[in-house]
Design a protein around this ligand. Structure first.
Ligand SMILES: NC(=O)c1ccc[n+]([C@@H]2O[C@H](COP(=O)([O-])OP(=O)(O)OC[C@H]3O[C@@H](n4cnc5c(N)ncnc54)[C@H](OP(=O)(O)O)[C@@H]3O)[C@@H](O)[C@H]2O)c1
Length: 396
């Protein structure tokens, strides 16, 4: 076992936010897949809801009847300190993270506890870098944000693609995302929050750039691409300014294997032009509405927190991320794909990332690190075994 965080603690993994929509799916995944002997616990703000969840889990797996329940509010620093000190890894689904996330990150950084979450909020990730990366490096805590569909398939997919290309030469990778999925109340609330905080996000990114050490002798970039028809995928490609390209860029900064000059671009991939234009219009309208508090409030009341797509809808959902990598005279086409990205696969990714941090022999890292840097091969193997597909489609 990889034990960077000191003496024996009661739990290998604590799942915080276990009673939420994706939290409960993650708990179900752990109930079915945590290996024997793995000590994990459910945490949340409401004891009664935790007991109900434990009963539901125990109905499927009797071992779960003994799961420990830990209560803490996201605002209660003392309770979060106790929670962080009780675990080797805390996985949190409590968002929007920019509102509810910081105190837990602080507690984990202080306690030398590994931390994973599902944030896709760039401002939150940059703020946590500025506030807690230094302390986490001192205590040995690994702070791994974005362990769901944001940004695991993109980060590990780019890493997988890079490893199909020659070493020591400039490389480019373009990622094209397609999905038919719908979102939960929690995701909608987080997206609206992020869209309504553009200036704060820009400020946090700028401060981070001022503090982050410069790369010496290498380059790693993730510039925004322009809309185009991609003959490689046979689809329209629209630049996707999510957290994902930033995460890929950070992996490239940290790992020499990405070569002396690495560039990543990230696109949404849409079959028909009218759909592409409709998508851009809808996001533009949402972003505009998110700037007006009353409109934001009205919109967030349309989708209830704690709710999300049902089993049947999730069963019909899928995603693919196609990558085109080039360098050293070689061109490679790879693909990462799976089922319902936002919930079933996200629960799997978060649970497997937490298990990897708790149980696997990983590279020695600390501070804010990406999934590729903290867990690379181990997480890729875990997710492949759990049904996600990483494949090389063609090499030219
Ligand atoms: N990365 C990805 O691809 C991805 C995919 C899915 C979701 N997400 C993100 O994951 C987060 C959760 O999504 P969701 O759909 O599961 O949302 P949700 O159903 O609304 O769940 C939110 C959870 O946070 C808990 N919570 C809220 N305020 C709290 C507080 N003050 N103290 C302690 N716990 C508190 C809730 O507790 P109660 O149960 O007691 O209400 C609930 O467990 C969102 O930020 C979403 O954007 C990311």
């Amino acid at each position: 076992m990889n034990r960077q965080n000191g003496a024996e603690r009661p739990y290998d993994v604590v799942l915080f936010g276990a009673t939420g929509f994706v939290g409960a799916l993650t708990a179900e995944y752990l109930a079915a897949h945590a290996p024997e002997g793995c000590r994990w616990a459910l945490a949340g703000r409401n004891r009664r809801r935790l007991e109900e969840l434990r009963d539901r889990l125990a109905a499927k797996n009797p071992h779960c009847a003994d799961l420990a329940l830990l209560t803490a509010d996201a605002d209660d620093a003392d309770a979060l300190r106790a929670l962080a000190e009780s675990a080797h890894v805390v996985a949190s689904t409590v968002g929007p993270y920019v509102w509810y996330g910081e105190k837990l990150v602080a507690a984990c950084a202080e306690a030398g506890t590994d931390y994973t979450d599902l944030t896709g909020e760039a401002e939150f990730v940059d703020r946590m870098y500025l506030e807690h990366d230094g302390r986490a490096r001192e205590t040995g805590a690994r702070l791994v944000h974005a362990c769901g569909f944001d940004s695991v398939p993109h980060d590990l997919g780019a890493w997988f693609t890079v490893r199909q290309l020659p070493e020591g030469v400039p490389l480019t990778v373009d990622g094209y995302v397609r999905t038919n999925a719908v979102f939960s109340g929690g995701t909608f609330a987080s997206a609206l929050t992020a869209l309504g905080r553009g200036p704060q996000m820009v400020r946090a990114a700028k401060e981070r750039r001022m503090h982050e050490p410069r790369l010496v002798g290498r380059r790693a970039r993730a510039p925004q691409g322009s809309p185009h028809f991609s003959p490689e995928t046979g689809t329209w490609a629209l630049p996707l300014p999510t957290l994902d390209p930033r995460v890929v860029e950070r992996s490239a900064r940290a790992l020499e294997r990405y070569g002396p000059d690495f560039r990543y671009r990230h696109f949404a991939s849409v079959k028909r032009l009218p759909m592409a234009l409709g998508g851009v219009g809808a996001v533009g309208l949402l972003a505009g509405a998110a700037q007006i508090p009353a409109a934001r409030h009205w919109l967030s009341a349309r989708v209830e927190p704690g709710t999300g797509p049902g089993v049947q809808r999730r069963g019909r959902s899928w995603f693919t991320v196609r990558f085109v990598g080039e360098g050293g005279g070689r061109r490679v086409f790879t693909e990462v794909s799976g089922g319902d990205p936002g919930y079933d696969e996200t629960a799997k990714m978060l649970a497997e990332a937490a298990l990897a941090l708790a149980l696997d022999d990983l590279p020695a890292t600390s501070g804010q690190v990406t999934t590729a840097v903290a867990m690379g091969e181990a997480l890729l193997e875990r997710l492949t075994a759990a049904g996600l597909r990483f494949r090389v489609a063609a090499v030219r």
